[in-house]
Design a protein around this ligand. Structure first.
Ligand code: 4NP
Length: 219
């Protein structure tokens, strides 16, 4: 089953999909019109990215959270998503990792304010070591979720033309409150506690959407 953010799940003309009328009518998703990447592309909608079933058949699904330094946003996102997935009973099926597009902080712990923000929010913190994203990490990931558009462009560049780019998207593509003009998790590094609290709130919203999609995906 392909898992995509709900608002990208089907083209506007589709009157029947797994997430809406299928549940109301009890019809099997097999009877639904095939929604292809080409169809989505024609509708101007980003293609779906995660093949949960295939990923699980190959072991645990791997989700890579990516930001610039891997000491603030992406470790926070991985910590939140991991805890949410465990709460949803998905702990054995999905693993969340995090990376930076730059290697400035490789081997370092998360920024102390990122850890403090996580703890304030009731999430686990303190186990992180920063890593720079490498092509092998990209190849091993089933889904790559970027904090902002600059990260997205850097990751797509690293992936090379075509290879692996469909599974690379913004983390907030799973945030039901995101919009085309507000779809990033801004960099809080250099900011204050208010900036870190906003970062956490955006990450929580997106991770809630993501984990909900994963939990709903047929196995
Ligand atoms: P992050 O924040 O990408 O959320 O980890 C940053 C951390 C460090 C730097 C930039 C952003 N830096 O330039 O060192």
């Amino acid at each position: 089953m392909i898992v995509a953010p709900k608002r990208y799940r089907h083209p506007p003309t589709c009157a029947s999909c797994h997430s809406c009328s299928a549940r109301e009518t009890g019809r099997s998703s097999k009877s639904h019109p095939q929604i292809t990447e080409a169809t989505l592309g024609q509708a101007g909608i980003e293609p779906p990215t995660v093949m949960m079933k295939e990923a699980c058949q190959n072991g645990r699904m791997r989700v890579a959270m990516v930001c610039l330094g891997n000491i603030c946003r992406s470790p926070m996102a991985a910590a939140v998503a991991t805890a949410m997935a465990e709460d949803a009973g998905l702990g054995g099926e999905v693993v969340f990792e995090s990376f930076g597009t730059a290697g400035y902080h490789e081997g370092e712990c998360a920024n102390p304010r990122a850890d403090a923000t996580l703890r304030r929010g009731g999430w686990p913190a303190g186990a992180h070591r920063a890593r720079q994203l490498r092509p092998a990490d990209l190849a091993a990931a089933d889904l790559v979720l970027c904090a902002d558009r600059s990260n997205l462009a850097d990751v797509r560049r690293l992936a090379g033309a075509g290879a692996g780019t469909a599974k690379v998207r913004l983390l907030r593509s799973y945030d039901p409150e995101a919009s085309p003009s507000d779809d990033e998790v801004p960099d809080p590094w250099g900011g204050d506690d208010t900036d870190f609290d906003l970062t956490l709130a955006l990450i929580e919203q997106a991770c809630r959407g993501l984990v909900g999609e994963l939990a709903d995906a047929p196995r």
